[in-house]
Design a binder for this molecule. Sequence first.
Ligand SMILES: N[C@@H](CCC(=O)N[C@@H](CSC=O)C(=O)NCC(=O)O)C(=O)O
Length: 281
Amino acid sequence: MTIEILEEARVFEGRQLRIKHVSASCHCDMVFSVFLPPQIEQQAVPVLWWLSGLTCNDQNFVTKAGAQRVAAELGIAVIAPDTSPRGEGVPDDSEGAWDFGLGAGFYVNATQAPFDQYYRMYEYIQQELPALVQNEFNLDLSRQGIFGHSMGGHGALTLALNNPQQYRSVSAFAPICAPSQCAWGQKALAAYLGDDRAAWQAHDAVALIESRGFDKPILVDQGLADSFLENQLKPELLHAACAKQSVSLTLNHRAGYDHSYYFISTFMEEHLRYHSAFLNR
Ligand SMILES: N[C@@H](CCC(=O)N[C@@H](CSC=O)C(=O)NCC(=O)O)C(=O)O
């Protein structure tokens, strides 16, 4: 595995890197960003994965979330992957819509043509990238956490629910809680996984909690002025599923906050400190 460092900047005594590599999972070049805290010069540091939302690439988080100062203090590496495969030959939404295709991989392994060749974001995040970064940097992969926003909140929840042995901690900002029950999710899961809804269940946080429960706590922040709240995100379904299965959910309703990175950056420090309690013990 070879990597190409596209950009590097010093920030809060750590390093912010942007890296390109050939992805075996997605069959194309992929770009991700990684913040390495200063502590990495002395010891292996834990990893916190950030999964971004629709229309994003790795840069939205890096430039808008304001995570580096606190991640540097806590000694946590934060990795922000892209949200889909990209490049020549990678199929997109047939009408160029922003809620599907490029920038909208939904963190699944597509089984349906023409997407199945490239759209393998689940395998990419869960297997390929951890192996790649472990090879390159002084990281302790026995201490991984995962968080994300919107489509990436859905990705963080479903990856954690499906791999409780891999991720010690999970949180989300305004996640799509039940993709089987909202338009964004129904469009994406049908096109990537097919019309048989049984195949969607493994990628629906509410369905997973209802069928299996979860033995770790979940932190969610949700803005009450979020224009996607009622039609797409549906945190009340997550709340009900967690209550039914006695899963510990902290669901913070934030009055006045919308769906943007202004909201995310406001509560980023709280989420980083939350993850640190699990990753630094
Ligand atoms: N382009 C759209 C808005 C798309 C949008 O709000 N994307 C969110 C994630 S939505 C769920 O996954 C986002 O994070 N955008 C990037 C950013 O930097 O804000 C429109 O025009 O309405």
